[in-house]
Ligand binder design. Sequence first.
Ligand SMILES: [Zn+2]
Length: 357
Amino acid sequence: MGKLKIILTVDYEVFGNGSGCVDRCVIDPSERMMQLCEKYNAKMTFFVDVCEYLAFKKVKESNKFKDGFDPAQKIDEQLKDIVKRGHDVQLHLHPQWLDYKYLGNNNWKLNIKYWRLPNVKLLGENAIYNLFKNGKDCLEGIIKKIKPDYCCNVFRAGALCIQPEEEILKVMHQLNFKIDSTVIAGMKFNDGTTFYDFTNAMDELPHWNILNNVKFLNKKGSLKEVPIFSASVPGIKVLKFKVLKILRKIPFKPIGCKQESNNHKKRSLLHKVFRSVKSQRRKFNFCDATPFEELKYMTEQAKSKYKDYLRTQNVPIVAIGHTKTFGNHKEFEKYLRWTNKKEYIEFSTYHFFNDNT
Ligand SMILES: [Zn+2]
């Protein structure tokens, strides 16, 4: 009998408009997550936004931060610590940071034109290649100092905006990436800025080889799509999970982590509850105030969906989280405690694929 190998992934970044305190929104919640995971023998994978890191580094070099503030240095130290403690670090890119202005006092002007990764080609013929190459070299440069055999070969696109992906996948093949983990099968989103459409992705398989389209199996590709797990949740359960969030007053953000934004939509509580009382495709998300019951539900859905595979092999299941939305540490700990009692659940990183093919 195989096991569910849960891969806990965390997008490691401040907010998309550059706001948010690095200590409160990134460093502290990462430490908190790791401490909890270590108590229950779970591994994490941090998808680190290298565009943001490199912008922090440049602003520091030009002496524009006050009072010795050096966020890149803090990130640098934490990434080494993450790997020393047996967790993993892989590549994430938010290209709006490729064209930034630092306005002082933690205010940034980022270029929304590059919000979606494929738009990076507007910066020049080799811009996408160079971005991936620099990102990979940057993480390997930091981590090889303490782990010489470290390799950056797993990727997740910022805001999941990888499409149209043909050129991106070509570059990833050229640079020997092994895994993309951006797809959430069955989900789509388009607000004019963020765009993805993963409807019809073939998630009857737990993962699949890809060549020039992330959604479909193509055995000619040496890259693998390992999707973020998602499941259809009946309306009654959607309602139950919402009500639990409210009754338990589960925070949506870590203490002291705030987003500065002028167009944040505020909706009434009632609207929020009743808007969602219908069946929904939901991702396996262990942050954003997700209650224990939803995490358990998602895990059980994964077990039943892939039961035929589990008869003979281990099945990797990717969960997603964000440091800046990790306020539900009590719910997460309850979940980790529950998984420890379940024989069929273990935690893993993408290194799963080095030992299991
Ligand atoms: Zn991100």
